[in-house]
Design a protein around this ligand. Structure first.
Ligand SMILES: [Zn+2]
Length: 288
């Protein structure tokens, strides 16, 4: 079952309060097609037997309102009004030109700010369906205490000129282990793609040995690594098309041999697929 946490997902305190996942400030920058949002989740626990498959139950964010207006009740007021609010303020100072399609000068400080904002949004998004939570409490505690994305998280940024995914996000989670333990629980890796206006973030987390080499990954796909902070300032990307954005969103799991469409199942894994907006978006073949 997908249960709403009673305590703050970051500090364990309470009570939790309703807050905007993306920050209310973002709404005016994000173009959406529809006053409602489609949120679908596919969970397949064993891709060979299809055991535990459940598709299309009523996910939490399938509701009226554009995706970026959505709220989740997962964090306490001191966290929301404290460090999380500070992350929003920092992002608000840096993100608007990028959401309008202009690549900025990216200082080390601004990369860290964008990365921790995207990490926070990802850690919150996961709780739209708790079976897809891959971040550990230790990782959330790290973010809250160190005020930076954990070292086993990678964050990439790219410009986007497509239409199909505007105002959408995808979150995929999976459990990878060898040998497969049928009794194991939570996913241990996730890939989240967050579209905000004319840019998108791609956020990966996993045990370190499952993560891609960040510089190879960005070169192959054409986005720019912003976390861990790269040695030199990232230069503007090309504008990604819808197909290019799909390629980014699916690459990490595809590289591990996991089918990326929801009906295809996952490797002994809860798998989440949360497209937003008017379409149910399937991963397309194609290139930039
Ligand atoms: Zn808290």
């Amino acid at each position: 079952m997908s249960r709403i946490p009673a305590k703050c997902i970051y500090c364990g305190g309470g009570p939790t309060t309703k807050e905007h996942i993306f920050g209310r400030w973002m709404r005016k920058y994000v173009r959406t097609f529809s006053p409602t949002s489609v949120h679908c989740t596919s969970i397949v626990k064993d891709h060979k037997t299809n055991a535990g498959a459940a598709v299309g139950w009523r996910p939490r964010l399938n509701r009226n309102g554009a995706p970026h207006s959505h709220q989740l009740k997962i964090a306490c007021r001191p966290c929301n009004n404290g460090w999380m609010g500070n992350f929003q303020e920092e992002a608000k100072a840096i993100l608007p030109p990028i959401m309008n399609g202009t690549w900025p000068r990216l200082s080390r400080h601004s990369m860290a700010s964008l990365a921790r904002w995207a990490t926070m949004v990802t850690m919150c998004i996961e709780f739209a369906h708790t079976e897809t939570v891959a971040a550990t409490l230790d990782e959330r505690t790290y973010l809250r205490e160190q005020l930076n994305a954990p070292p086993n998280w990678q964050v990439y940024l790219a410009l986007y000129k497509g239409v199909r995914h505007a105002g959408s996000f995808w979150h995929r989670a999976a459990l990878f282990e060898e040998p497969i333990n049928k009794n194991s629980g939570a996913p241990n890796m996730q890939a989240t793609t967050i579209h905000v206006g004319h840019c998108f973030f791609h956020v990966l987390s996993a045990p370190v040995d499952l993560l891609p080499n960040a510089s190879d990954f960005e070169k192959t796909l054409g986005m720019r690594q912003i976390w861990p902070i790269p040695a030199s300032e990232p230069q503007a990307t090309r504008y990604f098309t819808d197909a290019g954005a799909n390629r980014v969103a699916t690459k990490f799991f595809a590289d591990h041999g996991v089918p990326t469409a929801p009906h295809l199942g996952m490797q002994s894994a809860p798998a989440a697929w949360l497209p937003y907006g008017r379409d149910w978006v399937h991963p397309d073949e194609g290139s930039l």
